[in-house]
Design a binder for this molecule. Structure first.
Ligand code: G3I
Length: 338
């Protein structure tokens, strides 16, 4: 039998880091064979966000997340949790109180009760957690993104969320997670945020680098600079949401008809192999690499980024077959002896 058929992504990377993907209730059915063969870690794509967990104050709906948690455990996959304190997927009512904006104290109490219920329910079931997600502003101006959290609590909402998370999940590694980490000014803002947190004694264990990269705006030198900079802070690193977009971020509204050329595919392959290579070289600090989706038939980019256009950004194709570049990544890992 061909060696490539025998060795999976996670086996090939056993001595470097875990390999996984985000899962949904649909993908664990559709992609069961790929997940079981290739992955040894996972994260819920949406099921552990605030809205799906607590759609109305005090009403908890754990069923979807429970299914993913059970599936991960049945298949011996480490589970990351993701992302309660975010500017999306939090019901509007969380920020209101009797028809008026909630007070700082009230909103902090809500973070506390949500976190407590979440941690009691999933106790011992997850090992790392993106507590705050995407808090940095992408545009000129303030470092922090405008959000209800910032508006109603103030900039210390981030520190507060981590202190509460540590209180209820003392054994879980707490991560800050963000995207465009390879863009120099965004990286600087991210570094400033997490350095400040560490200086203030905020319980932060790791940095989640999302790696929603694309062949136009991302290059490997900047990516390596990013990994190096966060590694220097003493943080663990997870690549949390990797996919390689063949289109520029600016092409969000590009007509869906433009096809992906062979040249674009080659650039996708270079980025994929290059980022895995960087992670192997920094495997003393990189503990996990996860893609945002298992196979191209269920990528968020086709649904949300530019609906109707194919992006083919993952490690397995539309028909759930392994891609050539994925086989190359496996071979690169087997050959690596750095
Ligand atoms: O659950 C409802 C369903 O009941 C309804 O019929 C359907 C109609 O559109 O919507 C469903 O909810 C959608 C949900 O995904 C589940 O499919 C939401 O509208 C949709 O906004 C949501 O999108 C998710 C997005 O985060 C917002 O939460 C994407 O699937 C998910 O891939 C994306 O993931 C984020 C990471 O968490 C953070 N980093 C960026 C990444 C991509 O945007």
């Amino acid at each position: 039998m061909d060696a490539r058929e025998m060795v999976s992504l996670s086996e090939a990377h056993k001595k470097f880091f875990q390999v996984g993907a985000c899962l949904s209730n649909e993908s664990i059915k559709r992609h069961d064979a790929i997940i079981k063969k290739h992955f040894n870690c996972a994260v819920a794509e949406n099921a552990m966000k605030w809205g799906p967990i607590e759609p109305k104050e005090g009403i908890f709906t754990f069923a979807e997340a429970d299914e993913i948690v059970k599936y991960s455990h049945d298949n011996q996959m480490a589970l990351r949790a993701h992302a309660p304190i975010w500017h999306m997927m939090v019901p509007d009512d969380v920020f209101m109180d009797g028809g008026k904006p909630a007070s700082r104290e009230h909103l902090i109490e809500r973070i506390d009760s949500h976190t407590k219920a979440f941690c009691e329910h999933f106790k011992g079931q997850f090992s790392s957690w993106d507590v705050v997600n995407e808090a940095i502003n992408d545009f000129p101006g303030e470092d922090l993104r405008q959000s209800k959290w910032l508006e109603l609590i103030g900039p210390d909402y981030i520190d507060i969320a981590y202190h509460i998370a540590r209180q209820y999940a003392p054994d879980v590694q707490l991560f800050y997670n963000d995207y465009n980490e390879f863009v120099p000014y965004k990286r600087e803002r991210m570094l400033k945020l997490v350095k400040g947190m560490l200086d203030r004694g905020v319980p932060l264990d790791g940095m989640g680098l999302q790696a929603h990269v694309n062949i136009v705006e991302c290059n490997l030198d900047e990516y390596e600079r990013t990994v190096e900079a966060f590694a220097a802070l003493g943080l663990r690193i997870h690549i949390t949401e990797m996919d390689v977009n063949p289109y520029s971020l600016r092409d969000r509204v590009f007509p869906p008809s433009s096809p992906i050329t062979e040249e674009m595919h080659q650039k996708q392959e270079q980025l994929y192999r290059g980022i895995f290579d960087i992670c192997r070289r920094y495997s003393d600090v990189v503990d996990a690499v996860l893609t945002w989706g298992v196979a191209d038939d269920m990528t968020w980019l086709d649904r949300e980024f530019c609906a109707g256009r194919e992006h083919q950004p993952l490690l397995f194709d539309q028909n759930n077959n392994i891609k050539k570049w994925t086989e190359q990544i496996i071979e690169d890992a087997m050959r690596y002896n750095g």
